[in-house]
Design a protein. Structure first.
Length: 253
């Protein structure tokens, strides 16, 4: 797994290239989703649960990637779960507790807009968790994800990365657009000032929690078109691998 500063942020796609690959990817993921959901295919057997986790810088395009990922699917066949700061009641439990109810079962798929990695990112940097808590969280997360994978779950984890300069440009664009200013908060601006601390936290997270059964995929998000296609094609490959491991026929392979 490479470092953030080793990513090639010049990677890009033209509008026509994105349109062509997006159409093909969305058609493919719909087909795979229907097979895994037991709605089409031989025997109508349920496929493995699929959980796609999105983390990344503010304004890195997570929402746009999620939108295109789930667009071809019936809303009944995929759950998108968003996670903000834990509530008072959630704080009374182990930090992983609140994520369990949203996890998909066999034949299901869930997309997490932020996740349990908040413990080693924002909670670490903002000191919402003690040093002892976030340091032990790496092993807890690896054990958690390993147990899910052992039960057959396909875990796809994305970190969307963009430069400090591009993030500022997107912030300023949002600030000037009355229909998008709601996306920009005082907290977003505060977080920009702590980019060095967050970068260290991200690097540690990737280093300590990227495993064979739940690897991180780093997405070059400077160009939104490139990021969207990389996300969809990565998810497709992961679902196909999961189907093969569980004895399902992958069409066209």
């Amino acid at each position: 797994m490479g470092r953030l500063d080793e990513l090639d942020l010049t990677l890009k796609l033209s509008a026509s290239e994105e349109a062509s690959r997006l159409s093909a990817a969305q058609q493919r993921i719909l087909e795979l989703r229907l097979i895994c959901g037991g709605l089409i295919g031989e025997g109508h057997n349920l496929g493995p649960p699929v959980c796609v986790v999105f983390e990344g810088w503010d304004a890195s395009g997570k929402g746009g990637c999620i939108k295109r990922l789930v667009a071809p699917m019936d809303p009944r066949h995929v759950r998108v779960a968003e996670f903000a700061a834990p509530t008072y009641d959630e704080k009374r439990h182990h930090f992983l507790w609140r994520f369990w109810p949203k996890l998909p079962g066999w034949g299901g798929m869930a997309v997490f807009d932020r996740s349990w990695y908040g413990r080693v990112l924002v909670e670490r940097v903002e000191k919402f968790a003690t040093g002892e808590q976030w340091k032990r969280a790496y092993d807890e997360i690896v054990a958690f994800e390993t147990s899910l994978a052992a039960e057959g779950m396909v875990l796809v984890k994305f970190w969307l990365h963009l430069s400090d300069e591009e993030q500022l440009k997107r912030f300023e664009s949002r600030a000037k657009d009355p229909l998008r200013t709601w996306k920009l908060t005082d907290e977003d601006w505060r977080n920009r000032k702590k980019r060095a601390a967050y970068t260290k936290a991200v690097e540690d997270m990737i280093d300590k929690t990227s495993t064979d059964v739940a690897p991180w995929t780093l997405v070059e998000a400077e160009n939104k078109r490139w990021a969207r296609i990389k996300v969809l094609e990565t998810v497709i490959a992961a679902i196909e691998d999961g189907m093969r491991r569980n004895g399902l026929v992958v069409p066209g392979s």
